[in-house]
Design a protein around this ligand. Structure first.
Ligand SMILES: [Fe+2]
Length: 308
């Protein structure tokens, strides 16, 4: 490893949407993730388990990706990560106690840092508030938030930066760096982040994913979406890379949300090397699924904040 801090699990994701009510309805009625209150700016929280939230939605004129947060193994890992980013000149910034508390992260220090290749914003925390009341919406056996995927202008450069400076490990490379599936070490999931191509455009959002327990969760999700007239972006299928069964559907802004089941798990030591995988259309999916033409193409990446 090139860094001395350890990731615990994918934490949560923050997205901009153009109509909070509309997307909230989509999340509760179709995605079956539970509402978990509002913040002081009108932002809305949703959770799939006992944690304070897995996703935060903000109202904005443009749909898009705001940041991805990591839960670290310990407070010490957060401190080590901060010092590391500071030492390589990235200007990490501690959150105020007020902002941490709104996010249910108020117990221990939290910081944010923007990686330089595409302007992706990351957050590091160690402890999130646990909610003991039962989830209001059930039906899917969620195993937690799994990953964010973003479209970047230079997949190789973004991947190499993350490997050399952020403690990421590459699990699979699509073609000649058309895309990479990476994990924040030592999280065992095949990928906890993905860099995909912009094909010449500016950085953009691709999708966010939740891990679900059974194939029934995926099958029901696929049919629930289809029966409700929701666009299925990709699936139902099985990825040749991670081996996971997947279905992606589009929210009211056209952004993609995924259910993933049965992903390859990596041991902490002696894990396999990254493979170079065929990017040919016939090799996209083991069950012959093909992405919708609009899949992974809606949403920007917010590359600067008001306080930066
Ligand atoms: Fe995914």
């Amino acid at each position: 490893m090139t860094v001395d801090f350890r990731y615990g699990k994918p934490g949560y994701t923050v997205l901009n949407v153009t109509d909070l009510d509309r997307t909230s309805e989509f999340l509760t009625n179709i995605f079956w993730i539970s509402p978990a209150g509002e913040g002081p700016g009108g932002e809305r929280f949703f959770r799939s388990g006992p944690q304070h939230h897995d996703v935060v939605l903000h109202q904005n004129d443009q749909p898009g990706f705001v940041r991805h947060a990591w839960e670290m193994e310990s407070e010490e890992d957060v401190q080590k990560a901060y010092r590391h980013y500071e030492s390589i000149g990235l200007k990490p910034k501690w959150l105020s106690k007020e902002e941490s508390q709104v996010l249910g992260l108020g117990l221990n220090p939290v910081f944010r840092v923007r990686e330089p290749t595409a302007g992706i914003y990351f957050e590091y925390y160690s402890d999130m508030l646990k909610i003991s009341s039962p989830l209001p919406i059930r039906g899917t056996e969620f195993e937690g938030f799994l990953h964010s995927a973003v479209n970047v202008p230079d997949v190789k450069a973004s991947t190499e930066f993350a490997v050399e400076n952020m403690g990421f490990v590459v699990s699979d490379i699509l073609g000649d760096y058309i895309g990479t599936l990476v994990r924040a070490y030592p999280i065992p999931h095949h990928h906890t982040f993905a860099f995909l191509p912009t094909f010449g455009g500016p950085p953009g959002f691709n999708h966010v994913a939740w891990k679900v327990k059974t194939i029934d969760d995926i099958g029901r999700f696929y049919n629930r979406a289809k029966n409700s007239g929701i666009t299925v972006g990709f699936g139902i299928g099985r990825h040749p890379t991670s081996g996971s069964v997947h279905t992606y559907i589009h929210d009211p802004d056209g952004m993609s949300w995924e259910y993933s089941q049965g992903m390859e798990q990596f041991p902490e030591q002696n894990y396999r090397r990254a493979r170079y995988m065929s990017p040919a259309p016939e090799d996209y999916d083991l069950w012959g699924a093909r992405p919708h033409e609009a899949f992974g193409k809606s949403g920007n990446i917010v590359t600067a904040g008001p306080d930066e």
